[in-house]
Design a protein around this ligand. Structure first.
Ligand SMILES: C[S@@+](CC[C@H](N)C(=O)[O-])C[C@H]1O[C@@H](n2cnc3c(N)ncnc32)[C@H](O)[C@@H]1O
Length: 221
């Protein structure tokens, strides 16, 4: 199976582990990636939707038969073993991801790709003992934020801007991130023009974006 760019980038962030779980797995491609490369010994696929989970069950049938993959239909982490080493939660809203973690448990390693509210997800990870080891934006038609975090790793220092924009985007910006900031600048300029009066919050955001754009261009990866 040829992965989309988004799934390929996500899969490339995953680390070898003893046990892996994909929460909200839908198609199951990420678990297939882990197993085909021998990156995990066993895995759990889970989804709140039976129909979605069934797609992954078909894809991974030989692994399920061999006892390497367990399939559970549940909300969030409800039926995921608590000693699972690495958990992927991708393609859901940031608030939903946070609800899943709050109601479930905090695995040793997490790969998260929230569709919105990335700053809240970063703050939650840092407040809950995670070191965020990778944290960047990439484009695949849309822009996506991805963060890989480990409990008890070496914490990189996050200031307000890192929380807002993502550590690696500011410290080693990619062309994708610079393009996103450039597009945001255009959007904010248009909003300010449409307002036809001074809107300090929008103007401040535009100032920050412009500053980040110039800094990022100087530091392009
Ligand atoms: C947009 S798809 C993303 C699929 C895959 N993770 C990816 O990134 O390509 C979201 C999936 O999460 C499932 N889902 C949504 N909320 C969930 C929850 N609270 N617990 C488990 N699965 C959930 C949906 O049924 C759907 O299959």
């Amino acid at each position: 199976m040829k992965l989309t760019k988004r799934l390929r980038i996500l899969c490339e962030q995953l680390r070898p582990c003893k046990s892996f779980a994909d929460v909200g797995c839908d198609h199951g491609y990420c678990t297939q990636y882990m197993l085909e490369r021998g990156l995990c010994c066993k895995a759990v696929i889970s989804d709140i939707s039976e129909k979605s989970l069934h797609k992954a069950e078909i894809l991974l049938a030989p692994y399920i038969e061999a006892g390497k993959v367990a399939s559970v239909c549940c909300a969030g982490l409800q039926k995921i073993p608590k000693d699972t080493e690495e958990v992927l939660i991708a393609g859901m809203g940031g608030e939903e991801i946070l609800a899943i973690l709050r109601e479930g448990f905090l695995p040793e390693k997490l790969l998260l790709q929230p569709m919105q509210n990335a700053p809240k997800v970063r703050a939650y990870l840092l407040e809950n003992g995670y070191a965020i080891l990778r944290d960047f934006t990439f484009s695949d038609g849309k822009y996506y934020d991805v963060m890989y975090a480990e409990q008890g790793g070496t914490v990189r220092k996050y200031d307000e801007r890192c929380l807002d924009f993502g550590y690696d985007n500011l410290h080693s910006p990619s062309a994708d991130f610079i393009k996103k900031v450039e597009e945001d600048i255009v959007k904010f300029r248009a909003r300010i023009d449409r307002a036809q009066k001074s809107v300090p919050a929008l103007e401040e955001r535009l100032r920050v974006l412009t500053e980040i754009f110039h800094e990022a261009e100087r530091n392009l990866r």
